[in-house]
Design a protein around this ligand. Structure first.
Ligand SMILES: Nc1ncnc2c1ncn2[C@@H]1O[C@H](COP(=O)(O)OP(=O)(O)OP(=O)(O)O)[C@@H](O)[C@H]1O
Ligand SMILES: [Mg+2]
Length: 256
């Protein structure tokens, strides 16, 4: 197993003529939770969306440099986007469940991605469903209403479900872009506990504006500024003794 789950080498990205990332070099350790912090507009979401090649949906995006996920160059010609997106799941600010039942949400991606001729029994699907919902600590809350609409769940439950539905296709990396920003403090705490429990099994790269969250809920932390990767280290170390004055200014709330 690769010790580094995500590695970028001199990654630059342009939206048209606007350069949003400048020679970003980052190594994200396997099985760890790494937080990505920095002022609004510094390129956190852009970097995240590069790792599963989501930015390419925009015709005017150009990238240079290299990105490896689990030791594999994601820009290589033979890479299948569908397989990359299974390997690298993503969660967004606002929970976005499909207007389907809880059960169908969790099994959706697995049903789409498995080979047309692959036979899977109802019992196998039930097992995948239960396993995914247990991993996100939702099983006991929803096991008696698996056929009810996911959109009727609370925001906290919806966001947990959005994580659960990534799991049946066995991702190795989970990207989370401010996954608790739409939630109240109690729901945020519940999500943090759940994310903490997923470390080891998955490599998690999480964007947050919440310094307390970065400190509580990540093991490594990377600080970005104006499209550049400024500093990355163990979270406690970054917060207690940042190398750069820019990092200190940001984490102490002097700007951004
Ligand atoms: N689709 C796009 N087209 C053009 N420019 C974009 C696009 N998305 C982002 N940008 C620009 O790229 C820069 C980085 O944006 P990005 O969304 O990655 O920042 P961010 O760090 O995630 O900010 P925030 O904390 O506000 O979410 C910004 O200047 C932004 O305006
Ligand atoms: Mg963003």
């Amino acid at each position: 197993m690769a010790e580094i789950a995500i590695e970028t080498r001199d990654l630059s990205l342009w939206y048209g003529t606007f350069q949003a990332l400048f020679d970003v070099n980052i190594q994200v350790k396997q099985g760890m939770i790494t937080s990505l912090i920095g002022p609004s507009g510094c390129g956190k979401s852009t970097l995240l969306r590069t790792v599963n090649r989501m930015n390419e949906r925009l015709g005017y995006v150009r990238t240079a440099g290299e990105v490896d996920v689990m030791g594999e160059n994601i820009f290589a010609e033979e890479v299948e986007l569908a397989r990359l997106r299974r390997e690298v799941g993503m969660v967004f600010q606002r929970p976005n469940p499909l207007p389907l039942s809880i059960r169908d949400n969790v099994l959706f991606s697995h049903r789409i991605h498995r080979a047309a001729d692959e036979k899977i029994s109802r019992a196998d699907e039930d097992a995948l469903l239960e396993d995914a919902l247990r991993q996100v600590l939702l099983w006991d809350h929803v096991k008696d209403r698996l056929n009810s609409r996911a959109t009727q769940l609370s925001l906290e439950e919806q966001q947990k479900l959005c994580i659960a539905r990534l799991l049946p296709v066995k991702p190795s990396v989970l990207l989370m872009d401010e996954p608790t920003s739409a939630l109240d403090p109690k729901a945020t705490e519940a999500l943090e506990a759940l994310i903490w429990g997923l470390r080891g099994t998955y490599t998690i790269l999480i964007v947050t504006h919440n310094m307390a969250q970065a400190r509580r809920a990540s093991e490594e932390c990377a600080f970005m500024l104006l499209g550049k990767m400024m500093e990355m280290s163990a979270t406690e170390h970054l917060f207690l003794s940042p190398k750069l004055s820019e990092t200190a200014d940001y984490i102490e709330g002097r700007y951004g």
